[in-house]
Design a protein around this ligand. Structure first.
Ligand SMILES: CC(C)(COP(=O)(O)OP(=O)(O)OC[C@H]1O[C@@H](n2cnc3c(N)ncnc32)[C@H](O)[C@@H]1OP(=O)(O)O)[C@@H](O)C(=O)NCCC(=O)NCCS
Length: 195
């Protein structure tokens, strides 16, 4: 990379911007529930984060191109309350091609996030394919930790099915495993680490 990567915390979002984030998300994690609700729902979710100190969205840029992002949430999110008819229709259309999405959604609706005292949560963490393994993810995590500390959080939690990333959290962040579960034969791990 001949230009450095810049990081920005979003203070507002519009549909075009949400569409780009949605595309980056969908390209790299096609079976995640969120991007399959479509860009309008992504806009709604990012707006939820930017308002009332509900959370923060940190975006990584290479020149003007968005190459990754991380969504950090400070307050509980009730997916059911955020959903509307259009988002559900969009999801149903996506899930015709990817039926495993349905089980992922059911799991998310049943397991509404609970708030653990002094802990905030990384909902989404994605770096574009051509930009992975160059340290952008580590920098996004460092930005998220700074953000969380400024809000007086003392730990961060997240979940992942990426085995390599799990090892990284355990080895580098000294994270502890909170719980594990499987959906569609894929093992997910809930983790938490001190910041
Ligand atoms: C996981 C991800 C966000 C990390 O961003 P990144 O810029 O590639 O990360 P870095 O180069 O800073 O490396 C940090 C750690 O990320 C993981 N990682 C890096 N590249 C990766 C890749 N191509 N695939 C999977 N994990 C990767 C590794 O654990 C790495 O630490 P290690 O090299 O010591 O094992 C990014 O690789 C990605 O989006 N992968 C695909 C989607 C995904 O799994 N997202 C996480 C869902 S919870």
């Amino acid at each position: 990379m001949n230009q450095k990567i810049n990081f920005m915390i979003l203070d507002e979002v519009n549909l075009n911007f949400a569409r780009i984030l949605n595309d980056v998300h969908l390209e790299n994690l096609p079976n995640d529930v969120m991007p399959n609700f479509g860009p309008k729902f992504m806009e709604k979710y990012i707006r939820f984060l930017t308002q009332n100190s509900n959370g923060a969205t940190i975006v990584a840029y290479h020149n003007t191109k968005i190459v990754g992002f991380l969504c950090l949430r400070f307050k509980p999110l009730y997916l059911r309350k955020l959903l509307n008819f259009k988002a559900i229709l969009y999801f149903m259309n996506s899930s015709r091609k990817k039926p495993r999405l349905i089980l992922n959604l059911i799991h998310q609706l049943i397991n509404t996030s609970t708030k653990i005292h002094h802990t905030c949560e990384i909902d989404f963490f994605v770096v574009s394919k051509n930009y992975t393994s160059k340290g952008i993810g580590k920098d996004l995590l460092a930005e998220a930790e700074n953000c969380a500390k400024k809000k007086s959080f003392t730990s961060i939690s997240t979940k992942t099915k990426n085995r390599r990333l799990l090892e990284f959290y355990l080895r580098v962040k000294l994270a502890s495993v909170v719980s594990t579960y499987s959906i569609n034969g894929q093992k997910y791990t809930n983790l938490r680490w001190k910041i």
